[in-house]
Design a protein around this ligand. Structure first.
Ligand code: GLA
Length: 387
């Protein structure tokens, strides 16, 4: 891949003088969904697929961007002294947002750049291609300008840019999973204080399989923000009775005791998901540590049911993929992953059942939904690097 991006860089920008090549992964969340903005726990891992970038510093203030995933858009230009989100700037709003966010932190970028990207995360799959672009941009700026920022800072700067430059109110999970990724490990992160540990992903004769629904995201972002505010309102109602800072501080029992403080049935369901999903995540990590992969799978299944019935972020496409997966022998667990409303599912499937899984689920999906899903057997990889 390094050669591919270097060659294309030369074709697009004339030569490869002063160019360095970078990589940042995509991510998949194993369990702990819609908990990261509720002060709960998440358990994602970085993947070996991600975003490759070739970059160099210019002598003027110009920014020139090119993505091999959007060849038809050609070179998109901008200026380092004039960083603002623009609709027509398309995907370049992500790297521009990160450059802006560095400036907000007091790291002034002294010159323009030429940046070419090539991602092998399937388009629109919900495996966090945008967070991957943010983290790779941070890694580029750190390398060329010597900014003293840790990988965790890259995650926070990425999230800050997404929230404040690109207007998506996401939590910290995606950028953190990508910036802090570790080969063959998942990250057990407490989003209340950003404390974390790495847990080995030992699947004993099984693999992580991602099924991409290929459903267009549509209203995804506005529904995401709506779920966030439903949880915030439910928290404010609970705070009249209990002294908590987030839904993640409640056990199931405490929630049941105080849930009548929430004055709306829909908000009760949303908060219930946030509380129970957080507890499920704690149990799932303990199960994995004890090599109880079956229990881990059951908790993944319960997570999906809760996201379907209480949080209501699944839809026919994700439900079909998961419910068909549950029918296949050798599937240890299966659930939607990421924001929902499209995107993909994550399943843990025994090695000998993978072919059958892809065939059966793929067939059922096509006949029910009308178009095909894509399947990827993935590996857990490291965070960002200079290649
Ligand atoms: C998206 C957001 C994350 C997280 C998930 C749901 O991926 O970017 O911060 O909230 O949805 O768990």
């Amino acid at each position: 891949m390094k050669e591919t991006v270097l060659k294309r860089f030369g074709e697009v920008f004339g030569d490869t003088d002063g160019v360095k090549v970078f990589f940042a992964p995509g991510r998949v969340n194993l369990i702990g969904e819609h908990t990261d903005y509720n002060g709960g726990h998440v358990f994602p891992c970085a993947l070996t697929i991600g975003t490759y970038a070739a970059a160099r510093v210019r002598e003027d203030d110009k920014l020139r961007f090119y993505s091999m995933n959007f060849d038809h858009l050609g070179v998109i230009e901008s200026d380092i002294r004039d960083l603002k989100p623009q609709k027509e700037a398309g995907w370049t709003n992500y790297p521009k947002g990160v450059m802006w966010a560095f400036g907000e932190r007091g790291f002034q970028i002294p010159a323009g750049m030429d940046i070419l990207l090539n991602g092998n995360i399937p388009n629109g799959s919900g495996l966090s291609s945008s967070a991957s672009v943010e983290v790779v941009t941070g890694a580029i700026l750190r390398e060329f300008f010597g900014f003293e920022v840790s990988n965790q800072d890259l995650a926070l700067i990425g999230q800050y840019s997404e929230n404040n430059f690109n207007g998506v109110n996401c939590g910290i999970m995606d950028q953190f999973a990508i910036a802090m990724g570790k080969k063959d490990h998942a990250i057990f992160l407490d989003t209340a204080d950003l404390s974390y540990t790495y847990a080995p992903v030992k699947l004993q004769g099984a693999k992580i399989v991602i099924a991409c629904s290929n459903k267009k995201r549509g209203l995804g972002d506005s529904k995401y923000n709506e779920r966030r505010s439903e949880c915030e309102t439910a928290l404010a109602e609970l705070q009249k009775e209990v002294d908590i800072r987030s839904l993640g501080e409640l056990t199931e029992e405490q929630f049941e005791e105080h849930k009548s403080a929430i004055r709306d049935i829909t908000r009760v369901k949303r908060a219930k998901h946030a509380v129970y999903e957080n507890q499920r995540t704690l149990q799932a990590v303990a199960a994995l540590e004890e090599n109880n992969i079956e229990l881990f799978g059951q908790l993944m299944n319960a997570s999906h049911v809760s996201l379907r019935d209480d949080y209501e972020v699944t839809g026919a496409e994700l439900d079909t993929l998961v419910e068909e997966a549950w029918k296949v022998e050798g599937v240890i667990g299966s659930r939607m992953t990421g924001a929902g409303f499209g995107g993909c599912t994550v399943s843990i499937v025994r090695d000998e059942a993978i072919d059958q899984f892809i065939e059966k689920v793929g067939k059922a999906y096509k006949s029910r939904i009308g178009y095909a899903a894509d399947f990827y057997v993935v590996e857990v990889g490291d965070g960002p690097s200079v290649l």
